[in-house]
Design a protein. Sequence first.
Length: 501
Amino acid sequence: MKKNYLVAASLGFVQFALLTSIASAQEEPVRSLDEVVVTANRSPRKLAEVGRVVRVITAEQLEKSQGRNLTEVLNNVAGINLSGTGNNMGSNVSVFTRGATAGNTLILIDGAPVNNASGISGEYDITSFAIDQIERVEILRGVNSTLYGSDAVAGVINIITKKPAAGKLNASVQGTAGSYNTFKQAVGLNGSLGKTGIAFNFSNTSSDGMSIAKDKTGTGNFDKDGFDQLAFTTDLKQQFDDKFLVSAHAQAGQNYFDLDGGAFADDVDYRSRNTSFFGGINAKYLLPKGNLSFIFNQNNVKNKFVNQIGSTGDFARQDNIGKISYSEAILDQQLSETLNLIAGANYRNINSSQLYESVSALYGPYNSYVPESKNNIFSGYADLFLKAGGFNFDLGGRYNNHSVYGNNNTYTINPSYVIDGRYKIFTSLASGYKIPSIYQLYSQYGNLDLKPESSTTYEAGFDFDLVPSKLGFNASFFKRDIEDLIYFNTDPVTFASQYLN
């Protein structure tokens, strides 16, 4: 199936450096074209040199957002929409960027991609993040599959966690309270002991919440759907010498929350527990004109739903488990005064198992089990960045080999021009792709003949600093074509269902 999306997206914003309230801090972030970001090119670049639309939520803005969660903060960034942000804590949240369906926005943790291997579309649940454990967030609007691979079709959100700071160890303690008996306690430790850096954050959040379902009976006795979250991050950094740095990191969260039986149906016995873990080791070695990095990460997700339905003895349980092992080598090399090379290779092993079982007085027992299924993908990529005066040119390509569907390629062509360091115009032609999820391949509706969704995006725009860091205006226009769209099809005669392209 082929779909064409023609979108003209424009944004004009006025922001002043003085932010006096939480609300104003959550509007389109104040920024300057001199600000440095890493997400667009996998290497530090000033916004003036990046031929894309990138926005940053800074540490200062996150600090002013205590009492909110990450989904509420992201929902106020232009071009990003999140479903479910107005619901109770713990409710399912999907990220939509530039009108693309859920699963087409790639989530990164400190530059490394994360996914939920057990989900239908593979999208990662960002509700597992506590906002006090985040240093900053970079949001790239537009395709970047050349550097990041699958799912980076409509955008990339890079969640950068707090890192060890120079200087002595400092401890922090925080407590907040809000409506619906919402309480949060957080402790942190950050600093260095010699050449060893330490960053640790732990938080506990609980809320009585309100009923997710709307009470149309008029009785007012729907139960409250509560939420509890435990979250921690830790980062250890060891500087062996002036050239060699090794860091270990871990981020884990456990959410308990109550659910209802539908939009208008109360359910006092429906509960869920979601557990996530992301951790690994990074090593960086400085070269005379660049650096070489190695990344090893493990990304585990377990979602459990239990519904004990009162005195009838009806029972339903669902367990979804996903695991992703990820390794990557990246070279960032300055070839000359005007030319930089980013080149890398990565390997991702994905596996998942899913179980659903129920006992019903009306329908009897039912069981659906997807045994542990796995696939893997190997990718190699290269990206050349040319800077010549005010002219910048980004050219990249990527090769992918998937264990099920075989090979595919992506590319990026992205020139831009900056006038006086304040006025940037850019255009881009780039392709993207999204691999079929484990569920779409191996479930009872799976199809091993699925091909990856492929897209081509055409974009042009401008970004002006009228008064640097105070007043700016930007607009972008894009068209996205998608081929081999994966969709769920049900035969109207046999009622047999399957995922198809």
